[in-house]
Ligand binder design. Structure first.
Ligand code: PMP
Length: 329
């Protein structure tokens, strides 16, 4: 019989899907690494298991202990999935810009959720970083701290990076990803640079306003990417280039991915694809660009995929239900 013992055994080995409709003829090939195929629905399943196992080994996470983490949802789902399997309790701290859908998902897995304001600096006592620190100081609590945990980039170095190299038979020339904790781009980037002896170019995609592309941390609406501080999990040497993308362009592209490629994915995927398609226009047509699509669009139905929400920010003219790709590129 062909089965696994637990759904968590299905993390990783996600497919590469070529973007055919959105790429222009004669441009480089763009292959999307579609991470919603992970059982928790995002790339973050990969880091959850590795961070928990490392903490068990070091003794930081005691048997029956509580996992507390500031997370925009995806890391929470991955942690909740592994925690359930291993008998840990989970408390997640989310910024208020995170959609209610995402919070409901965390609760569905049995986790508790605490919501904090987005519009305060990280050092403020109500910031989601501070609140989670206070909770984590309690006995029996452990904070994975995905922003400062080397198991995060390591998981990508050991799983996602080798997958991309094997799937492309070593022909990948560019890797494009958004940067949140930086774990994805740093781990995959390091692996691909090592295995290709420096040939693969690593390109970050970043929301306008985020520090990674020179911004001052001003707010933007794309979830899960960009920061107002520099996390330790981000290797500042890894990117050869960073392309900044506006909220409007990110969200319009996200909708085009669903309409034209049947890929229902999140806003940070649209952002990364804008960067990948801009790159595809100017690199050698024989090049192979791999772009990371971190999660599914199911968590954003009331935002990116809602016309009124899009129109309220001026991302779509009123009554207009789809963006034109010519406006984005
Ligand atoms: N997109 C989404 C939707 C995310 O939740 C995250 C993680 N914060 C990222 C992209 C960025 O991944 P990383 O933290 O590995 O840089």
């Amino acid at each position: 019989m062909d089965y696994v013992e637990h759904v968590a055994d299905l993390v990783g080995d996600t497919p590469l899907v070529r973007l055919n409709s959105l790429t222009k003829p004669g441009n480089a090939r763009v292959l999307a690494k579609v991470e919603y195929f992970n059982p928790g629905g995002s790339v973050k399943d990969r880091i959850a298991e590795r961070m928990i196992e490392a903490a068990e080994e070091s003794g930081e996470l005691p048997p029956g202990g509580t996992i507390v983490e500031p997370t925009s949802g995806n890391t929470g789902v991955g942690l909740a999935m592994i925690a359930q399997r291993k008998g840990y309790r989970c408390v997640f701290v989310c910024p208020d810009k995170v959609s209610e859908d995402k919070r409901n998902v965390l609760e569905a897995y049995g986790a508790e959720v605490v919501v904090c304001p987005t519009a305060v600096p990280p050092e403020h006592e109500d910031s989601y970083y501070s609140v989670s620190d206070r909770l984590a100081a309690q006995d029996g609590y452990w904070k994975p701290n995905q922003y400062n945990n080397h198991a995060n980039p390591e998981s990508h170095y050991h799983s996602t990076g080798p997958e991309i190299w094997e799937q492309t038979e070593g022909r990948v020339t560019h890797f494009v990803a958004g940067i949140g904790t930086g774990g994805t781009i740093s781990g995959i980037g390091r692996y691909l640079k090592e295995v290709s002896e420096g040939r693969v170019r690593i390109v970050g995609a970043d929301p306008e306003g985020s520090v990674y592309s020179g911004g001052n941390g001003r707010p933007y609406l794309v979830e899960g990417v960009g920061e107002d501080f520099w996390p330790n999990t981000y290797d500042r040497e890894i990117c050869d280039e960073i392309i900044s993308v506006s909220d409007g362009d990110s969200f319009r592209m996200t909708r085009e991915l669903a309409r034209q490629e049947a890929l229902l994915v999140g806003g940070s995927c649209g952002m990364a694809v804008v960067a990948a398609l801009r790159l595809a226009e100017r690199v050698d047509p024989e090049d192979v660009i791999v772009v990371m699509l971190p999660d599914s669009g199911r968590g954003y139905l009331t935002k990116v995929f809602n016309d009124s929400w899009m129109a309220s920010y001026g991302f779509l003219p009123p009554g207009h239900s789809g963006g034109s790709i010519g406006d984005v590129l």
